[in-house]
Design a protein around this ligand. Structure first.
Ligand code: LHQ
Length: 263
C-alpha cells in the first residue's frame, strides 16, 4: 500500500492504491506511519518525498472502509469515526510535522479531504498542473480534519480557508500556488523529476538545521514577538555548537562545497 524507494539520501514513499485513487484505509495509514518511522530512524535518509501512484495523490479517507462507512441497515448504531483519526491519522499527521528530515509532497493529481491536508502538512508542496485540492468534508457532513482547521487559515488566511472548507470545491494547482497554499506548480511531465531534484538538494543541506527551522516556525506561531526572538536565540545557540555550522562556514571561506552530516 506504500511503495518505498531509496534514491541517494532521499526516501521516496508512494501512496499505492491507484485503483481507489489512493484513498486511505487503516492498513495503508499503518504502513505510512511505519514507513515514516523507518525513514526517521535511518541515518542515511536526509529527505522524504511523498507522492501518489496513478492519476491521484489521494482521495482522502476510503469511504467504503468498514471502519468509517455508516451502516445502511435500519437501526444500526452509528460508528465513532473519531477512532480512525485518533489511532491512524493523528499519528501520521504529527510524525510528518516532527520528522528529523524535510518532507516534500509531489502532488500528482487530485488531493481530497485528508489527502489534501496530509499534503499541506508537508514542508514543501509541489503539484503537477493537472493536480487539484479539495476539502470535500463539507459535502459529506464532516469538518476538515488531519490538521485542516489549523493549517488552512495559517496558509491562506481565514477568508480562503473558509471558502475551501465550506464549499468543498476543487482548487486548481495554479490557484493553490497563487494563494500561497502550495510552494510550486510544474508541468505534469516534469513533476517527479523536479520534486526529486528538490528533495536531493534538501538532502545535501544541513538536515538538522532544516528540521529545527520547521520547529522554530511552528513554535513561533504560538509565541509573541519577543518570546519568538528568545526562542530563536536558544535554538540558534544550539545550532552554533553543531558540526554543520562549523563545516558550513569553513566551506564558505574555503570556497568549496560543504559536506553536512548532522541529523
Ligand atoms: C473513492 C473515494 C473515496 C472511496 C474516489 N473513498 N472511493 C477521516 C476519518 C474518519 C472519517 C472520515 O473522513 C476522514 C477524512 C476524510 O478524508 S473525509 C473526505 C473523504 N474524501 C472524499 O469525500 C472525496 C470523495 N471523492 C471525490 O470527491 C472524488 O472521487 C474526487 C474529487 C477525489 C475524484 O473525482 P474524479 O476524478 O471524478 O474520480 P471519481 O469520483 O470518478 O472516482 C474514481 C473512483 O474512485 C470511483 O469509483 P468507481 O468504482 O466508480 O470507479 C470513486 O467512487 C472512487 N473513490 N474517492 N474517498
Amino acid at each position: 500500500l506504500i511503495q518505498i524507494e531509496q534514491q541517494g539520501g532521499v526516501r521516496l514513499l508512494r501512496l499505492n492504491r491507484p485503483e481507489a485513487l489512493n484513498a486511505f484505509t487503516a492498513a495503508m495509514l499503518g504502513q505510512l506511519r511505519q514507513a515514516l518511522e523507518a525513514a526517521a530512524m535511518d541515518g542515511a535518509t536526509r529527505c522524504v518525498l511523498i507522492t501518489g501512484a496513478g492519476r491521484a495523490f489521494s482521495a482522502g479517507q476510503d469511504l467504503a472502509d468498514p471502519h468509517v462507512a455508516p451502516s445502511r441497515e435500519a437501526g444500526a448504531a452509528p460508528k465513532d469515526i473519531g477512532h480512525m483519526l485518533d489511532h491512524y491519522y493523528i499519528p501520521v499527521a504529527l510524525r510528518l510535522r516532527s520528522m528529523p528530515v524535510p518532507v516534500v509532497a509531489a502532488v500528482n493529481g487530485v488531493a481530497a479531504g485528508a489527502g489534501a491536508n496530509m499534503a499541506f502538512g508537508c514542508d514543501l508542496v509541489l503539484a503537477g498542473e493537472s493536480a487539484s485540492f479539495l476539502q470535500a468534508f463539507s459535502k459529506i457532513g464532516l469538518i476538515p480534519d488531519c490538521g485542516g482547521t489549523w493549517l488552512l487559515p495559517r496558509l491562506v488566511g481565514r477568508a480562503k480557508a473558509l471558502e475551501m472548507a465550506l464549499l468543498g470545491d476543487k482548487l486548481k494547482a495554479v490557484d493553490a500556488e497563487r494563494i500561497g497554499l502550495i510552494s510550486r506548480v510544474v508541468p505534469d511531465a516534469e513533476l517527479q523529476d523536479q520534486a526529486m531534484a528538490i528533495a536531493q538538494k534538501l538532502a545535501g543541506m544541513p538536515t538538522r538545521a532544516l528540521a529545527e527551522t520547521r520547529r522554530a516556525l511552528d513554535e513561533a506561531l504560538k509565541l509573541d514577538f519577543e518570546s519568538a526572538l528568545k526562542r530563536e536565540a536558544a535554538l540558534q545557540s544550539q545550532a552554533g555548537f553543531a558540526y554543520d555550522y562549523q563545516e558550513g562556514v569553513a566551506a564558505f571561506m574555503d570556497k568549496r562545497k560543504p559536506e553536512f552530516r548532522d541529523r
